[in-house]
Design a protein around this ligand. Sequence first.
Ligand code: SAH
Length: 365
Amino acid sequence: MASAKPNIKVLRYRDLLREMRQRGQPGYRAQQVYQWLYQKAVLDFAEMSNLPKTLRQELAEAYEIGTLRVLQRAVSRDGTVKFLLQLPDGHRIESVLIPEGKRRTVCVSSQVGCAMGCAFCATARLGSTRNLEAWEIVEQVLVAQRHLWEVGDPRPVTNVVFMGMGEPLLNLPAVLQAIRILNSDHGPNIGARKITVSTVGVVQGIYELAGAPVQLKLALSLHTAIQEKREQIIPLARKVGLKDLKRALFTFYLQKRRWVTLEYIHLPGFNDTEEDIRALQRFLGDMPAKINVIPYNPFPGGPFRAPTEEEFQDFIRRLRRLPYTVTPRAPRGRDILGACGQLALHQVRLESVKPVVYTPDSPPA
Ligand code: SAH
């Protein structure tokens, strides 16, 4: 049964400040609570030892502090960790922690499943169930942070990408609220520039983000700049044409003065011809852009095949003739089905790929 009490982790710092004032408390109490919640990631008001006992009790009466249940962690050979998490209403989502040098990136889900139906994405097979609440997004980051502490990694989570399950721009209020909380320097203190929202092309959402007073990064999952081809793999493209997308991207660029990142899955034989490359140049024109090229990550029953290393390198070489920054993306966590497009829970059987899987009760040796 879902509890009637709100989770305290839906409150921005200034909401909590107001709340403390209303309770007749000095402002620094908000700072203390935020530190407990986000810098120590505690799960019980009783642990907030520098708060008066009565305040701890009052807060416990008014709010939940609960977390997401970690049902499973799968650790890739490359260090990527995929978490299978259970929400209070029983729904399950996945998130992925990607350590890389000094970076600790968490790839968060914004919805349970996804309604967009993209042909190349395993999550699409699930359909859509519901939007996540802001705290359910924030908590995915805290789960990853607690994991890092547990395995003796002292680094904080440094980056957050909305590239897990779901279309974040169809859940914009909660996504923006989560970003404000993650961004707070009293809390997780993750810089807005280190937060990336990825969309398949929800233009209203792009305009809203362009107008929002936060300097986050936007990524557009383009995958092809040929309208008819895009319609074949992305149902939304039938409603939102490349022209609409370009206008929205350009507005974002003008507002934020920030390059837009394009994501381009390499689907060998489908979107890697010379014609595709010319179309990409026509689409981008003078707009400064960075193109992340991702080799297609296969999943059981998926309609495409992954490019060979040679095909991939050849495509990158040809793309580099264009006047944009082209960055090949190494797939991370493929062996645990934790790479882009592979998040689909039970539809794909973890056992078939033999990852290191353990539950919180049986940590790895
Ligand atoms: N709905 C958002 C965010 C989730 S998908 C979006 O579409 O951007 C995150 C990224 O993974 C997107 O760029 C998506 O196109 C990519 N992706 C999906 N399936 C993939 C696959 N099988 N292989 C590689 N990347 C994939």
